[in-house]
Design a protein around this ligand. Sequence first.
Ligand SMILES: *[C@@H]1O[C@H](CO)[C@@H](O)[C@H](O)[C@H]1NC(C)=O
Ligand SMILES: *[C@@H]1O[C@H](CO)[C@@H](O)[C@H](O)[C@H]1NC(C)=O
Length: 431
Amino acid sequence: MPQTMCSLVVILITVAIKSTRVDSLDNGLCLTPPMGWLSWERFGCNTKCNIHKDQCISEKLFTDMADRLVADGYRDAGYDRVNIDDCWMSRNRAEDKQLLPDPHRFPNGIKYLSDYMHSRGLKLGIYQNYGLRTCMGYPGLIGFQAMDAKTFADWGVDMVKVDACFTPVHTLDKGFEDFSQTLNQTGRAMVYSCSWPYYQLHTSQVIPNWNLIADKCNIWRTYHDIHTNWKDILATIDFVGDNQEIFNRNVGPGRFNDPDMLLIGNEGLTVDQSRVQMGIWSIIAAPLFMSNDLRHIGREFKDILLNRAVIGVNQDRMARPGVRVFHNETLDIWLRPILPERKDTTGDQTSYAVAFVNRRTDSAISIGVRLQELGLKYKYLFRDLFDTENNVWEPKAMTGTDEIHVTIPSTGIRLFKAELDISSQSQDKQL
Ligand SMILES: *[C@@H]1O[C@H](CO)[C@@H](O)[C@H](O)[C@H]1NC(C)=O
Ligand SMILES: *[C@@H]1O[C@H](CO)[C@@H](O)[C@H](O)[C@H]1NC(C)=O
């Protein structure tokens, strides 16, 4: 039996919802969160192409995914990056110390792959590790920063993910800051994805210098590698929510917190759980990198990934992150300010994406909440952003004094867009 709630006390974190603008990494990239596909969670370091021809880290894997991105509508929905993770290199550098892709798995080299992407309207990303070796033991960046940055630029790479395995944590600030400059000096604009704060937060007591990180990187990892199960999704969401006042301070155009890949379409997440990941990643302005097998994906999961309304929330041009305004063991409520907005004497009024997440594994829950308790004080058009068979919800005009009633499936989400009525004069006066 769904439980009904009469009252709901919402803790409004209005400070965090205010945008704070600071200069971002000046490469003009990622004004909204980057989107695409990344090999790591699904394909890891599988180098055994002789037995896993279609599953190994190889040229074919990346061209196959590029073909699916184009043919199945992902590119046109915004997923325009194909990113290589660890294990693409030969075990050793060349005689002249240049990085070498594995000659058997990448027979035509990386330039071929970036040309392949560019001719299809896609972009190529690559991986390195600020260390002597990568996490999986391939040649690392330290000692070769300028050479590797130039190599990536010469190859036509568009994004570089830099990990930080095996490196003393106190050297990361300088290392990652310098490499930002090194990438800049190549003259090729490349998105800079940093695992920098992750290692400080989780392998040491070092408090990350968030201002510096956000000024030097386009996106940055803050939490553990994610795996395809509900526990990881929830733990990642909780980590973001628990630390939102710190994380949100530096989020804006060109600078985003990265809670890791989308796992939608892999075995281990239900349709409802997949909607939670897609919905919350959009609310928190997270990069949307799928790590799945686009050659074999169920229609219901593809529909979630291609949901334009939800992607629209993620890609909102204000690039203001969402805030968890209510949290307990069974229920989370999140709000993200989005366009359209309206400025007048009463201050800025924005539209919102509103998410209700049911954390219970054993039952649906039903709740009713007055909009003004959520901080929504004006006149809005409410729309359900996921087409859920059982919960068809016609768009409704609502004001602050109205109550919204929703039933949220077990480990599921209800995601709404509350579009501010910018035509009406009635909102000059708060309701
Ligand atoms: C969480 O909050 C909701 C709404 O106030 C309430 O109905 C529910 O009982 C709470 N759950 C727990 C475990 O306290
Ligand atoms: C390098 O940095 C300068 C100054 O911050 C900026 O104007 C320029 O666009 C950057 N170039 C690249 C390729 O990122």
